[in-house]
Design a protein around this ligand. Structure first.
Ligand code: ZN
Length: 254
């Protein structure tokens, strides 16, 4: 049931991920090649792929693989979040955060863009979540402490990436780290709060560093190429949102 909701939300994420970066009003789903509107049975990419006709009926251009992937991923994640948190406010907020993370991932990987139109409403949502005490520390701290934790987390995330961007641009030339990454880090901080933001940043830097090193060693990229940190921030933020407390506990008990 919530898997299906996830698939539907995935379709919305796909639509936003295509139309928002193009800076045009949202349209009915259509073929990007010939502009032919997608017939109703293609509004979800998944069934189209399963039946084996992932193609535009007008010009036969294939439906990009990103569409069914996002639908599958969010379908799976929504179902999993429901099993973990039950039908709760926390489930609703974490599902929304997950959808936002997916959208950021799509626009950043495809266009190297993290849009204000996505990240500002996302920040507002995360503030609301803190006010309702729906954080990783859910229920334990009260709304005032949750809000303080979120603001401090957001501030630290913002500042860390702001300084990293200054240093990166000074060392590697402009554009090494974008303003979008800085705002995304603030959003992650608002979601996971302080002190978990430290863990999220650590995971981001570690995973980003390891992958960049692999890309350098395999010569798929050179030192001059900018590292898109968005996807790693999404990964570090999401993992910390779900397992942050457990991981921190495990770390300090050892
Ligand atoms: Zn077409």
């Amino acid at each position: 049931m919530f898997g299906l909701t996830g698939i539907l939300v995935g379709a919305v994420v796909n639509l936003l991920g295509t139309d928002l970066p193009a800076r045009r009003a949202l349209q009915r789903p259509h073929c990007p090649y010939c502009d032919h509107p997608r017939p109703w049975y293609q509004w979800l990419a998944l069934p189209t792929y399963v039946v084996g006709r992932g193609k535009c009926p007008q010009c036969a251009a294939p439906v990009r693989i990103r569409y069914p992937l996002v639908e599958i991923a969010l379908g799976f994640l929504f179902a999993w979040l429901y099993l973990r948190y039950g039908l709760s406010l926390k489930f609703v907020f974490f599902a929304l955060y997950t959808a936002i993370f997916a959208l950021v991932m799509v626009t950043d990987l495809e266009r190297r863009l993290i849009l204000n139109a996505v990240i500002f409403p996302a920040m507002a949502l995360a503030l609301l979540g803190a006010l309702l005490d729906v954080t990783s520390f859910h229920g334990a701290v009260g709304w005032w402490n949750a809000l303080k934790s979120a603001l401090l987390g957001g501030g630290i995330g913002y500042l860390f990436f702001f300084i990293a961007a200054l240093v990166g641009n000074a060392l590697l030339g402009p554009g090494a780290l974008g303003g979008g990454d800085v705002k995304l880090a603030a959003f992650v901080g608002l979601v996971v709060g302080f002190p978990l933001i430290v863990e999220a940043l650590l995971l981001t830097v570690l995973s980003g560093g390891v992958i960049s090193l692999l890309l350098l060693v395999t010569r798929l990229r050179s030192l001059r190429d900018p590292i898109p940190y968005g996807p790693f921030l999404v990964l570090g933020g999401w993992v910390t949102m779900i397992w942050g407390l457990e991981f921190a506990g495990w770390l300090f008990v050892q």
